[in-house]
Design a protein around this ligand. Structure first.
Ligand code: HEC
Length: 176
């Protein structure tokens, strides 16, 4: 994905990301983007930098807000954030207990189950970003063990100190 950042101007890249999000039924709130809605003056500089990095459109789908909604922005794939890791090593080693190995039509993939149901099941396919929301007949879907999916791979586009700034931002805005 990183390659697109060097080809497309930021405005176009933002449009592409919005389009891909729309495929998942996500409509960005009209006229409101994190960039157009500057951080509250109360946010300290390091937290404000973390906020910009969390929503950074130049990273395309590799940004945190591809899967997380914080402060009213982003795509809430992973549900509301509750526990903020104490530091970057903990963020890197984050376990993802709700991601399971699913099998559908003979193919296995990591899935985040949204609504299990006796008739229909809704889940996100996490094979490649952005996660794809799907609803299938429960009888066709086999939900197995925890997946070998690692949250660490989705952090790849961020440097150590950038992740530290993001954690500062999350600590400033996420109320447990
Ligand atoms: C491709 C999707 C994706 C991206 C991108 C992503 N995450 Fe996550 N993240 C997840 C999923 C899925 C979970 C929850 C897994 C579970 O509960 O089993 C999660 C969980 C978390 C949690 C734990 C929340 C809690 O309440 O326990 C934190 C913190 C977190 N992510 C931070 C980040 C940060 C910071 C970034 C960007 C640097 C990021 N994530 C990028 C998918 C993603």
């Amino acid at each position: 994905m990183q390659a697109f950042a060097s080809i497309l101007p930021e405005r176009d890249l933002t449009a592409v990301v919005a389009y891909v999000a729309s495929l998942n039924g996500i409509t960005p709130r009209a006229g409101r983007t994190p960039a157009a809605d500057p951080p509250k003056p109360s946010l300290p500089p390091e937290a404000a930098r973390g906020r910009a990095l969390f929503f950074d459109s130049t990273r395309g789908l590799a940004r945190c807000s591809t899967c997380h909604q914080v402060d009213g922005f982003g795509i809430p794939v992973a549900g509301p954030m509750a526990k903020i890791p104490g530091g970057v090593p903990e963020l890197r080693e984050l376990r993802t207990p709700h991601v399971r190995m699913a099998t559908l039509d003979g193919e296995s993939f990591p899935a985040l189950i949204v609504t299990p149901g006796s008739r229909r099941t809704t889940f996100y396919d996490l094979t490649t970003p952005p996660p794809v929301l799907r609803t299938v007949d429960s009888s066709d879907l086999k939900i197995g063990e925890a997946a070998a999916w690692s949250h660490a791979i989705v952090l790849g586009s961020y440097r150590e100190e950038e992740l530290a700034a993001i954690l500062t931002f999350l600590r400033a805005v996420v109320r447990p």
